[in-house]
Design a binder for this molecule. Structure first.
Ligand code: FAD
Length: 405
């Protein structure tokens, strides 16, 4: 990163109270395990506050969920209850700041969403009423307005929800941008480097062992996403997760065919600044034995390119019903992403109950939340203060409720 960007970052840090340099932060050494979008944001905000940061990842930046994600930045009706919705609203507004700080292209064009069937549509209307009451610039719009906003869309319903604040980002580019900025402020990035052990003396963390050697540190942040066993191994307490897979297909760049995030029945899509269309399936993999067997080992990629292309062709066929112009799209990549999904649907953020020097940050909607979570986690780690609005997400809560989101 050049000197001008570094100066801009330092200026931005001084202008924002939460992320201004923190007294004594310079003395604190923090290892962030996991260089997905959440770990990258934590590392960026730690480095910005003056900590001595090392980021490790067993594969490399954005190699798991943060690559195979739809990357819709939102605080939609699904974000319940209100306090969690508010945290996501902070995520959305902090993306604007982050994208300006680091020149990350952010398409904040809003989303259009509708469902099959009257009952679900009526529920959507009620959910949008709640959104409005919670301060979202959302509303139900009719087919004529949909046509104005999205001329290339074949809209098969009478009303859609339009959520004007929603945005989308290239999550891989954003992850790299945050890591590069952290590096420019002194962070050490070591890839590939797998966290394998942690050593304590009189209950205090002294060093972590990685596949690239030992690193002396005061704190360890586990931003390891859906990786099984990490929480149990490094915190002594298992995190109940119901990580589910999703397929994301990305086209080669093409002339603009859609303006907004389209959440249509069966398929979600948006088109990035660079012209690539990102497609996500609304439902998971077909529930059959062949899939169950293939998914048992939690693959991060398709066994062959042909398998991936088959999935992409299925998604393109659904998308074409709504956006005929996508018929000419060529698929560039197809990814499998595993959602880091704590069983009650909410993030797990905070000091591990049995290991005070280990901090956990595992969540779905990690793309929407990354900018705000990075800030809040850095603040808690470096000041020792507890931020009240993170209270519902602590790792020692009761995981009795089971939710999808
Ligand atoms: C299909 C799909 C669609 C999604 N859509 C959205 C959406 O529209 N909007 C939204 O906000 N969110 C969405 N999400 C969720 C979002 O993508 C994730 O919450 C987010 O990417 C999590 O980021 P992360 O950095 O926590 O995890 P990851 O990106 O998974 O990063 C974890 C990293 O930890 C590393 N790691 C694991 N174990 C070790 C170890 N022992 N040592 C070192 N490194 C290790 C891994 O290599 C990995 O790179 C979606 C997810 C999926 C799968």
């Amino acid at each position: 990163m050049d000197r001008r960007l570094l100066l801009k970052l330092m200026g931005a840090a001084a202008a924002t109270s939460m992320i201004a340099p923190i007294a004594n932060a310079a003395g604190m050494r923090v290892v962030v395990a996991g260089a997905g979008i959440v770990g990258a944001s934590i590392a960026y905000h730690l480095a910005k506050a003056g900590a001595s940061v090392t980021v490790i990842d067993s594969e490399g930046p954005a190699s798991h969920a943060s690559r195979g994600t739809f990357a819709w930045i939102n605080a939609t009706w699904a974000k319940q209850p209100r306090a969690y919705h508010a945290l996501n609203q902070e995520g959305v507004s902090n993306w604007q700041i982050l994208s300006q700080e680091l020149n990350i292209p952010l398409r904040q064009t809003g989303s259009l969403e509708w469902f099959d069937g009257n009952t679900r549509q009526q529920k959507l209307t009620a959910q949008i009423d709640e959104q409005i009451a919670w301060g979202e610039p959302a509303r139900m719009i009719d087919a004529a307005e949909v046509a104005k906003l999205e001329p290339g869309l074949v809209f098969d319903s009478t009303k859609a929800a339009y959520s004007g604040n929603d945005a989308a980002v290239d999550p891989v580019a954003a992850t790299h941008a945050m890591l590069n900025a952290a590096k420019a402020m002194g962070a050490n990035l070591i890839f590939p480097s797998k966290l394998t052990a942690a050593s304590y003396l009189a209950g205090e963390l002294k060093e972590v062992t990685t596949s690239q050697g030992a690193i002396r540190t005061d704190k360890l942040v586990l931003a390891t996403g859906a990786a099984p066993y990490m929480m149990g191994q490094f915190t002594g307490t298992d995190l109940p997760q119901r990580s589910t897979p999703g397929v994301i297909a990305i086209t080669k760049p093409m002339a603009r065919i859609i303006n907004r995030i389209i959440a249509a029945p069966g398929v979600h899509m948006h088109q990035r600044e660079d012209g690539r269309v990102v497609l996500g399936e609304q439902d998971g993999a077909p529930q059959n034995q062949a899939h169950a067997m293939r998914l048992a080992s939690r693959p991060n990629a398709f066994p062959t390119r042909a398998f991936g292309e088959e999935h992409a062709a299925r998604m393109l066929a659904v998308a074409e019903q709504f956006v005929p112009a996508i018929a000419t799209a060529e698929i560039e990549n197809v990814y499998i992403g595993w959602r880091p999904l704590p069983i009650d649907g909410h993030p797990v953020i905070g000091v591990a109950p049995k290991q005070p020097d280990v901090y956990t940050a595992v969540m779905h909607s990690g793309v929407s939340l990354a900018p705000i979570v990075g800030q809040l986690v850095a603040h808690e780690l470096l000041t020792g203060e507890t931020i009240e609005r993170l209270g519902p997400y602590r790792p020692d809560r009761d995981f009795t409720e089971v939710k999808r989101y």
